[in-house]
Design a protein around this ligand. Sequence first.
Ligand code: GLT
Ligand code: MN
Ligand code: MN
Length: 404
Amino acid sequence: MHDGSLLLEVHTLDSFTPTPADRFTFGLWTVGNPGRDPFGPSVRATQSPNRIVAKLAECGAYGVNLHDEDLIPFGSSAQERDRIVGEFKAALEDNGLKVPMATTNLFSQPIFKDGAFTSNDPRVRAFALQKTMRAIDLGVELGAGIYVFWGGREGTESDACRSPIEATKRFRGAIDFLCGYVRDQGYDLRFALEAKPNEPRGDIYLATTGHMLHFISTLDEPERVGVNPEVAHETMAGLSFVHSIAQAMEAEKLFHIDLNGQRIGRFDQDLRFGSEDLKQAFLTVRLLEGGVGNAPYEGPLHFDAHAYRTEDDDGVWEFAVGCMRTYKILKSRAVAFDADPDVQEIIQARRDAALDPLLDGGYSSEAAAAISAATIDVTAVAQEGLGYERLDQLLVEHLMGVRG
Ligand code: GLT
Ligand code: MN
Ligand code: MN
């Protein structure tokens, strides 16, 4: 049996110890998760936000993110709100922790049982906007630059209840309205939309990051809005998380990220980062860090995950440090992988000094003529082995720590 500080001492012995420079963040709802699930109650004590701030700082995190209700209990008076916010700001200051992201809880209160922005009831839609405007004010007061929208209740079990076309229009109307509010207030705040295919609703609208990326292009102010992809959510949909974030990065829309672990075909597990599908986690970190020659992601690295229900308080902080250590270890593995000449030989094998510039230069009538005239040995090309078995084995050996 050891306490949290001993745990941290053990973990500070190597170069993978998290520091604020790594930009790691957790939500109050993540390390604060008391282990409640649909089949049983809490197994851990509720922690105060200020205690979470102190513990996260001790673990080397950069920041803490929150929903309005994670900090201010629903229905608090204005004085109560101001007192809580004042004490929370003092805790942030004392511990040197930032609040890079804030969001609204639009899913817990019973009024949102059939959605918030997409509800058929205008009273619910108005309340959702009212709650979000207040929560945006709170986020900005705490210094947040990113505001996340996760529409957990925006969906259906019985699709006969509303036109899904109308739901899309209502969701767009709400985001356009809130962009207007942010402009009007002169806030320096960007929005990040988080997709999920199902749970808690049978089907949630705008189910994947790809859906969100298109939706953003239909907004009044698309520049203000990007995405917040989550490992678990794309994996639940059976998709490649790496491909999802790559599309977002290429579109310069990766404003935020929710890292965690998930097995395909299961409920939203929100497990410790890297605890499932290490290869996908490795490829995710490699991409985020610019390992394939792309511009790196420079925003906060948020872990939207929680400790197993089996854990006590020590286990929660073991979980938090584990998420961060795994990220840093994977980062060093990715650097070693890309520096491995055997890896580069396979990846670079098919460069062609004549054809590459011709294909990369866009259309011109000269390029069209040259490509039309090129002689390509279809049979020989098709017969070449690409070496990807070797490449993947090298990846696995780097991951297992026997190379580099
Ligand atoms: C909730 C959800 C997460 C979202 C959070 C932001 S709340 O925990 O499961 O995926 O990111 O609203
Ligand atoms: Mn999330
Ligand atoms: Mn999740």
